[in-house]
Write a protein that binds this ligand. Structure first.
Ligand code: R5P
Length: 294
């Protein structure tokens, strides 16, 4: 097996290569003045099973094209199997048609990756597991929530209250609770499918005087965390943290979250940012080691 260091995840790919001892294949990449991408594999992949590490956060369309080009280049240069390791999988939130006339975006992405030569995909905390069913090849998701919770245990917040901002994501709070060994709960969130506006409530939640960590898969505009922090403050929480797997942090999201009373934002290097305090390298390395021995 070899690891191809996708341009969007070079550091993470290097860490995985170091942890697993799997040889890396660097990639030369360039963006032409008109915005088109160029990639070249700088090492042999002949007869190898290759794992391409490439996240697809902003600029997602560009990162997706690079991923497709790398898969195609790998197959074109004799790789026998291509596994895409995509820590943040773009377009996974559109896994069905919510309104008539929409596209199932993740199905289109899956078809494109298949056409490019991808044989399998591994991602981390995909927003909806249903998205995995749209792939015409084996696709699975790992969870980084225990790693995020361990960060808080190491920093002295064992027994903190694990909160999900949304009932549907209660399983995330429960995964964190297993590590934190404290309480867990959720807010209720409603979304208007036409305007995208969301509203949250914290009915029946007892967080008075407690340290609360809000766990979510994605922080995008920060609206969900800001809304949750407001409710937690009204309910008397003593200290509030925000943890997420994919810190997209669009625009001034980080500033707004901190201004809302959140002490610290902790993300992973799925999306490289200054909140990426937890690396996915051990999680992905374990998976690659299992693939190697299986
Ligand atoms: C949605 O259901 C996700 O789990 C996140 O809560 C959401 O994507 C966060 O988005 P934002 O930061 O824009 O509120």
């Amino acid at each position: 097996m070899k690891i191809i260091l996708g341009p969007a995840s070079v550091e993470l790919g290097e860490k995985i290569s170091q942890l697993t001892g799997i040889e890396k294949v660097p990639v030369a990449s360039r963006t032409f003045p008109d915005g088109e991408n160029y990639i070249r594999l700088e090492g042999s992949v002949q007869d190898e099973h290759v794992a391409i590490v490439q996240t697809t956060s902003k600029p997602q369309d560009s990162s997706l094209m690079q991923l497709a080009f790398m898969a195609s280049a790998a197959k074109g240069n004799g790789a026998k199997k291509v596994t895409a390791i995509v820590p943040y999988l773009a377009y996974a939130r559109q896994d069905k048609t919510f309104l008539q006339g929409e596209n199932v975006s993740i199905a289109t992405i899956a078809a494109m990756l298949k056409a490019a030569g991808t044989d399998a995909l591994i991602t981390v905390n995909i927003h909806a597991e249903n998205a995995l069913t749209k792939f015409p090849f084996p696709a699975k998701t790992l969870t980084a929530i225990p790693l995020l919770a361990e960060y808080f245990v190491k920093n002295g917040y064992k027994k903190a209250f694990a909160l999900s901002p949304d009932k549907g994501a209660m399983y995330i709070a429960e995964q964190a609770q297993t590590v934190l060994q404290g309480e867990a709960g959720n807010l209720e969130k409603q979304r208007d499918r036409h305007t995208g506006q969301t509203s949250q409530t914290g009915k029946g939640l007892n967080v008075k005087g407690k340290t609360v960590i809000i766990f979510d898969d994605i922080i995008s505009t920060g609206g969900t965390i800001v809304g949750a922090a407001k409710i937690l403050k009204e309910l008397g929480a003593a200290k509030i943290f925000a943890a997420c797997v994919h810190p997209l942090l669009i625009g001034d999201a980080q500033k707004r979250i901190l201004e809302a009373g959140v002490t610290e934002i902790v993300g992973t290097d799925s999306v490289p940012s200054h909140t990426s305090k937890v690396t996915l390298a051990p999680l992905i390395s374990r998976e690659l080691k299992a693939l190697q021995s299986g």
